[in-house]
Design a binder for this molecule. Structure first.
Ligand code: GTP
Length: 346
């Protein structure tokens, strides 16, 4: 069985991180986002993963080289010369996706995190006998999404309603699909949206089915959702009894710390914190709801909340940073940064 992961978006909502590193390679819970997906695919015996690439191909190629052998899995690229959207890349990779057995293949958006119930999805797909399956997730506020209207008992999709003004349902596309090869005959090699142009036609033919995702789900393509998604991921690790989570008197709730991190005395971490490899956290630092990426240094008595601290950042002594800030440049030298979503100009 094969899978294609859409990794070609520009990731504008996670800038400035995505100016230097493609979004799928940004860590979530100390692991590149895309690795969560590739590992889930490997666990259900997917033999080949095709990365549909458009943006920053060199960085993705380096990742491929590293991980193909580490994971013992075939990982190939399908390189676009112009952004083909969410369906066009399937047409471009058509020859790679079809195999002699005629098996269905998975398609995943690279910016979703969940527990990836892919085995269940295969059973669901086989049972309904339609042409395509999409995973859907329930949300509290459907009006800002494309809602999938479906028959509750069978999961057969009736229609899609973009940003509904009145309540038509609360299930939205979760960005994980299982498609028969025949779906490829419906897609032209041009920039195309699978959500807006391909799925509505399969639904009109009564051949599209939706499986409701159980458990957590988050689209982590935006800073606030990234932090929330990381919290949900750490919570899932807790529920599975994972030994990766830290414990101790300085830990509050779910905290993941790479073993190479140097931590001085008097720090308090949590809830929902991930500290990546080779970071240094000096005395008396408080961290909550944040990610600190590889090589960052947090100086004494800094207090960071609701933030993404990018690679190799230095946060100055006593700095107080809060509320959904992404730091990608050094903020070393600020004695005190008390801000609400912005670093004051130097
Ligand atoms: P933003 O710019 O922040 O909206 O991020 P994005 O460009 O990644 O867009 P979005 O989150 O809507 O993309 C959904 C999924 O489709 C992600 O996995 C993207 O990598 C992928 N994607 C979007 N556009 C393209 C494209 O033109 N080509 C490929 N290969 N993938 C794409």
């Amino acid at each position: 069985m094969k899978a294609l992961i859409l990794v070609g978006g520009f990731g504008t909502r996670l800038r400035p991180l995505t100016l230097t590193v493609p979004k799928p390679l940004i860590d979530l819970g100390n692991k590149p986002m895309i690795l969560h997906q590739i590992e889930a695919l490997k666990s259900i015996r997917v033999t080949e993963v095709i990365l549909a690439i458009n943006y920053q191909p060199e960085a993705m190629a380096r990742f491929l080289k590293d991980y193909e052998s580490k994971l013992g899995m075939k990982i190939t690229c399908s390189q676009e010369t112009e952004p083909l959207g969410t369906a066009g890349p399937l047409a471009l990779a058509k020859d790679k996706l079809i195999d002699e057995s005629g098996s269905p293949f998975f398609v995943l958006n690279s910016n979703v995190i969940c527990e990836f119930p892919l085995e269940k999805m295969i059973k669901f797909h086989k049972a309904h006998g339609g042409e395509a399956s999409i995973m859907v997730t329930k949300v509290d506020e459907p009006s800002k999404y494309g809602v999938v209207v479906m028959e509750e008992t069978t999961g057969k999709v009736e229609r899609f309603v973009e940003k509904p003004k009145t309540f038509v349902g609360n299930k939205i596309n979760a960005g994980i699909y299982l498609l028969n090869p025949s779906v490829l005959d419906r897609i032209e090699l041009r920039p195309t949206s699978i959500e807006r142009e391909v799925f509505p036609k399969i639904a009109a033919d009564r051949k599209l089915y939706a499986m409701v995702l159980i458990g957590f789900w988050m689209d982590i393509g935006e800073p606030r959702d990234y932090i929330t998604g990381m919290g949900l991921y750490l919570d899932a690790l807790r529920n599975k009894g994972s030994s990766k989570l830290s414990s101790g008197s300085h830990i509050r709730g779910n905290v993941l710390i790479d073993e190479s991190v140097v931590i001085e005395r008097g720090c308090v971490f949590g809830p929902d914190v991930a500290i990546g490899p080779e970071c240094i956290v000096e005395e008396g630092v408080t961290l909550s709801r944040c990610t600190v990426m590889r090589g960052a240094r947090i100086n004494k008595h800094a207090c960071i909340s609701n933030c993404i601290i990018g690679w190799n950042n230095k946060v100055g002594q006593g700095a107080c940073i809060e509320d959904m800030i992404i730091l990608d440049d050094d903020v070393y030298g600020y004695d005190k940064i008390a801000c609400n979503g912005r670093v004051p100009p130097s």
